[in-house]
Design a protein around this ligand. Structure first.
Ligand SMILES: *Cc1c(COP(=O)(O)O)cnc(C)c1O
Length: 482
């Protein structure tokens, strides 16, 4: 609930002594207008016509309730006009879209707090078309009979990963929960100690295993695990081997991790499937862009893994989704499990995911999928944009520099890996503290989220969409012109 906050002008303090004080308070309270009087006032008549009396009465009640509390705390009551204004502010707030669009000038491509991957035009158009009306979500237009919502993705994902079957659900966390519940509930799941990790947001592999009704059997050590560790721990209670990509940290130095192929070979002898959570769902080779190799779903499928799990909104560059690809009989077990209904993907995400996957099939992901457009931009491309910003600002008498920077991939992908980049740099000494500049940028009509490095506010063009250039320039100009 939004409460009335007394403004500085209104909060003239009442001297808090004895009975004079309580008398003032009771007089103030008595003098407050009734809900009826405020609602019937001229200022709210248009709002009553537009939204109906009920909601205006409700919001007026909230505002007056807030004022009563404020008066009891020793503040003066605001004049009648301000009460109606506060109600109008609440009404305006209710119709503002939330979450609001912001500009990501942090240089972190997959920024979870900023909504991860921006969608391609085609993905947005697909979501719009399906959201606006009815669709063949679960109907086979050939036969007129009931179809499966998963059918829309099957052939694309088979083509892209080489898997026999595929399933998309709400997100990767729920995909894992579903996979482990369906295949290994009541049984043991063997995990390397180096992979019993926390992904972020309190999502921990051991907790997901417990929640799925599996018993975690951890083997090896944090830095080294061998196939024989899995072999030694295997028994007739083993339900699966689980591999999880350490997507948000790096183990360096004296390390040994088990190759998927060896694990697949070990499991095959007794029908134990290998489940691999690859995390970010990179379908393109990250090394092409000078980054470390990020495991791809297609590699795991080629290695014979039973099921591969990944997110839709990290390096895949689509909407929030969890994707499972792998062996037909295993995917079918997931589809039949009661949890599948609880974590199913909605039609809007499904439509935009399908459109995103189509970019990869058509060989146009690098130019059409925003995260790959950002990753594939060269340092020189980024520098040219930063320079363009600087020159435009200089024409408005606003001083800023252009400095070398590093852009991060983020979002649980490629930990520690950065791309050489350039950034617009705002010198703090002349313009207030870096923190004050960051906060003022966030307060602009289109909020801009930047970062501080070496006591300088930096705006990295790599993660700013091309159509947002003017908004960035206006925001910086407004902040520095103060
Ligand atoms: C990000 C991540 C997850 C969680 O995926 P969501 O789509 O956010 O639910 C799980 N495992 C790994 C390895 C990840 O990197």
């Amino acid at each position: 609930m939004v409460e009335y906050q007394p403004t500085a002008g209104v909060a003239t303090s009442v001297v808090a002594i004895g009975s004079w004080h309580s008398m003032t308070i009771s007089t103030e309270l008595r003098n407050l207008p009734s809900v009826e009087r405020v609602v019937n006032g001229e200022m709210l008549s248009a709002a009553v016509d537009a939204h109906g009396r009920e909601v205006v009465v409700e919001l007026t009640r909230e505002v007056l309730g807030g004022i009563r509390k404020s008066v009891l705390a020793g503040n003066a009551a605001p004049p009648g006009l301000q009460i109606a204004e506060a109600v109008l502010d609440l009404i305006a707030g209710l119709s503002e879209p939330s979450p609001r669009p912001v500009i990501n000038a942090t240089g972190v491509v997959i920024h979870t707090n900023l909504g991860r991957a921006p969608l391609s035009d085609a993905a947005l158009a697909a979501a719009d078309a399906v959201g606006r009306g009815y669709s063949d979500l679960e109907i086979d237009l050939g036969t007129g009979r009931r179809g499966s919502r998963q059918a829309h993705l099957q052939s694309l994902l088979r083509r892209l990963t080489g898997a026999e079957a595929a399933l998309a659900v709400n997100n990767n966390a729920s995909a894992l929960l579903l996979g482990l519940s369906a295949l290994a509930a009541g049984r043991e799941v063997i995990v390397s100690r180096g992979e019993a990790v926390e992904i972020g947001g309190g999502f921990r592999i051991p907790d997901v295993l417990r929640q799925s009704g599996c018993t975690l059997v951890d083997v090896g050590t944090t830095n080294r695990t061998y196939v024989r560790d899995y072999a030694d721990a295997m028994n007739d209670q083993t339900g699966a081997f689980l591999k999880a990509h350490a997507s948000n940290f790096r183990v360096e130095g004296f390390t040994a991790f088990v190759d998927e192929r060896d694990l697949v070979a070990l499991g095959e002898t007794s029908g134990v499937p290998v489940l691999h959570d690859v995390g970010s769902g990179a379908l393109l080779p990250t090394e092409r862009y000078g980054l470390a190799h990020e495991p791809t779903p297609q590699e795991s499928i080629a290695a014979g893994v039973g099921l591969v799990f990944f997110s839709g909104d990290k390096l895949l560059g689509g909407p929030q989704a969890g994707i499972v690809v792998g062996k037909r009989d295993l995917v079918a077990q997931l589809e039949r499990h009661p949890l599948a209904r609880a974590v199913r993907i909605d039609k809007i995400s499904l439509a935009s995911l399908t459109a995103t996957l189509a970019h990869y099939v058509m060989g146009e992901a690098e130019t059409r999928v925003p995260v790959w457009r950002m990753i594939s931009a060269t340092a020189e491309d980024v520098r040219a944009r930063a320079d363009k910003w600087r020159v435009t600002l200089a024409n408005h008498q606003v001083e800023a520099g252009v400095e070398p920077a590093r852009s991060a991939i983020g979002g649980g992908s490629l930990p520690g890996e950065t791309l050489p980049s350039w950034a617009l740099a705002i010198n703090p000494s002349a313009n207030g503290t870096p923190e004050a500049i960051l906060s003022a940028l966030r307060g602009q009509p289109t909020p801009v989220v930047a970062r501080i490095e070496e006591d300088t506010v930096r705006l990295d063009p790599r993660t700013v969409l091309p159509e947002q250039d003017d908004d960035v320039i206006n925001a910086v100009a407004a902040v520095l012109a103060r």
